[in-house]
Design a binder for this molecule. Structure first.
Ligand code: SF4
Ligand code: SF4
Length: 208
């Protein structure tokens, strides 16, 4: 028992001379360590709206809402940092590696929890036939850029990329029923399949 007491005394004297080991926050600003994981932030320019971060979040704190009635249709990602566990999985899984990052911000106390949110909004591309969501516009651009010439094998990617480069004007919409020319429109996989089946087998067979 004698030695531990001496050790504590030594620590106490050291603390009197050098000051306390703990930080003086909130009386003085605290500088977090280099790899400190604080409040996550979206970076609008680098986020493409793919939702990978929401998929991997173990605490399910990122809500994704697709508003297909808005003009233009929009995807909204809302991160509730009051229930975030600061694990960093969102940052590690971000497909652009820069769309979401954990900052060094640690002083997150608020009077109203509803204000504990960070958001990002992305324009959506929807099927021109049935109105279903195909994906976020920036996500398709991102994939087309990443795939390069391989993107020519996928019509929605090709149409999105061509639109971005302003190489082609979108062809006029030919009204229903679905026709072969519609394969050059922005369609969801189901509608594209119907167009192709109709073209090969006729309307009746495509519905079977
Ligand atoms: S840090 Fe973890 S808990 Fe917080 S939003 Fe990212 S994945 Fe979810
Ligand atoms: S780009 Fe990154 S931050 Fe944006 S939705 Fe995808 S994973 Fe989340």
């Amino acid at each position: 028992m004698r030695y531990p007491k001496l050790r504590e005394l030594k620590e106490a004297i050291k603390a009197i001379i050098k000051g306390p080991y703990t930080t003086k926050f909130p009386y003085e600003p605290h500088v977090p360590q280099e790899k400190f994981r604080g409040k996550p932030e979206f970076y609008e320019k680098d986020c493409v709206g793919c939702c990978a971060c929401a998929e991997v979040c173990p605490a399910k704190v990122i809500d994704v809402t697709d508003d297909t009635k808005a003009k233009p249709p929009m995807r909204r990602l809302v991160l509730h940092f009051d229930i975030c566990i600061f694990c960093g999985q969102c940052q590690a899984s971000c497909i652009t590696e820069k769309g979401i990052k954990l900052t060094a911000e640690y002083d997150l106390a608020l009077f109203n929890r509803n204000e504990a949110q960070v958001k990002v909004e992305k324009e959506l591309l929807v099927c021109e036939e049935c109105g279903k969501v195909i994906g976020a516009k920036d996500h398709l651009y991102f994939l087309a850029r990443k795939l390069g010439p391989l993107a020519y094998g996928n019509m929605p990617l090709l149409i999105s990329a061509s639109g971005e480069l302003k190489l082609v004007k979108p062809p006029p919409i030919i009204g229903p029923p679905l026709r072969r020319a519609h394969i050059f429109r922005l369609l969801c996989p189901r509608c594209r399949r119907e167009v192709l089946l109709e073209d090969i087998w006729g309307k009746k067979n495509s519905e079977e």
